[in-house]
Design a protein. Sequence first.
Length: 711
Amino acid sequence: MTDIKVHNGKPMGFGAVLTEGGVNFSIYSRDATKVSLVLFENESDQKPSRIVEFDPHKNRTGDVWHIYIEGLEEGALYLYKVDGPYIPPKGLRFNSNKYLFDPYAKAFTSGSVFRSYNKQWKQGFDGNMGGELQDLSDFPKCVVVDNDSFDWEGDRPLNRPLEQTVIYETHVKGFTASETSGLAREIAGTYRGFEEKVDYLRKLGITAVELLPVFEFDENENANTNPRTGEMLVNYWGYSTIGFFAPKTSYAADRSPGGPVREFKQMVKTLHKAGIEVILDVVYNHTAEGNERGYTFEFRGLQNDVYYSLPASDKNYYMNFSGCGNSVNCNNPVTSAFILDSLRYWVLEMHVDGFRFDLASILSRSPSGAPLHGDLPSLTVAINDDPVLSHTKIIAEPWDCAGLYQLGGFPGGPKNRWSEWNGKFRDDIRRFIRGDEHLSTAAATRVSGSSDCYNHDGRSPLASINFITAHDGFTLNDLVSYNGKHNEENGECNRDGSDDNLSYNNGFEGECTNPKIEHARLQTIKNALIYLFVSQGVPMMLGGDEMRRTQNGNNNAYCQDNQLSWFNWNLAEKNKGLVRFTSLLIELRKSHNIFSRIKFFRDTYETSAIPEISWYDINAKVPDWAKMSRFLAFKLNGLEVDNDFYVATNLDQYDLTITLPTLPGNKKWHRVADTAFESPDDILEKGNEELLREQKRYVLISGATVILMSK
């Protein structure tokens, strides 16, 4: 590093931009009085190899500090030190003792931020106000990345239409970390390991994986211990971002500087070759720096009052709409630009296909924290209309932890293309399949696309991301196996996690060998899957539900980086009948556009008096919805474009002999699925549907759902 030369550099192109002769560094800070670039030779260095100070007369344009280092190459390691006023009541928290990350860093070395800080806290070091870290050997460094060197082989984002999308939500590490995955230890739980299971995903039929956070975070931030084992708990899910441009280093088999970037890209390329899109769960609503007692990693030490929402009366504190200590000031122009830059980077350089925005309602709050209603929030509209992101899937979790609930109305502007996690679908379908009384009307609304939420302002059923289970809550197996949560091992005395699970254990709490209870549980799981895949909207299933993955009743496994959260691949063989059932259901949906309409149902077809969807009671009559309970039946009319389909569910305690709707012409009803049957008769393969001998009536067993198709 002795032969490097320092030049003025350029302000645009934030971060570390590699050129043929060196690296241009650019970083924003409005109130900084001094900025230094800290360089390292190796990731295990205890001390910097060189510190380069910015000349404010030569290396500053407006509020952007910039410098060009000739002679630096790919893999160069760096941090920043920034000085300025420390006046917390005015929102300024500069501290020249802090080593800061580059907010635009494209990669990080291995190491733990919290392990480094905590080690020195034990020696009397104050992580927020105190002195400089004395030992940087295990402290992560930012890495200069060469994005142009990767061979994409012509790969591009797939841009699959939403109506053709089936989403599988899962965790990169947990998907293959278990020894049951059959993978070598060095690749289990990594991007490389994820590639090895792509064929499983392809055969299952899903078209998109939605990955829990892969942006760099520190898994060692959790201070709790497991009360049963005494082991330290972690941040397993990753909703505590440190690096908004960098893939998680510990998820890579190759952890050399820049290795995680290459490995992530290879995983995306492999998934794309299999026809599977990559959607990232992203966290722009808060950061890992926490509240006024938290850490200083980057934003707090660069321009605290710009990046965070602070109370006007006393900016010493942080507004907390996330429940995690702080809220990002999303609609400040600087912060909005940063978020858009991050999104564009993951699309342009990493080729991802979409994003699910955690607690997305925070993105629609003003700098003062007030919800933006009359004046549309600039950030959500900018994401909606951004030309680079125009074909990228954008999915909102349309609420936050401070009560802003925007389901059905997440703001995106006049041509709103945001989709939303539909919490009403989850709750109403859970209640219905559990057998609650008088839920038929609510279930019918969800099946038909949740028009009560989305049939306005030109929106379509595709605005609804339908899900019954997700990472946050019970798995589908646990939904039918537990009446209450069992989060004791989270170290919070079972206080964490939701108490409103809408679950039913079918008569026994937890794992059970009673064949009647097991049959009832499996039947309910199949019912849930049917409603997920025959409903209008975009289905999202929780990874592992197809093989009955369990978390032993833990409905908030955010801290469990172990077998509790990891996939047990032995279950895929043990429950291969359910895997088959799920795969054939997905194939059925993909084979018939009638399940994935781009418009809401109308009362009548354009040239016909036949309605596009018809609802029935057990006698095939128009139902009296006020009296309908624990039964639902409907027919989707193919109208000479597709087959007709009849779906009926009996959640009463008695078997029912139901009357079937009459088919026109010479068409006959054929059985596709009946959840009362055991595998493989519970669902029949395409082309092998069973002709019903009795075309007028059908015996629907208690607790079962049937799908019939016309031929």
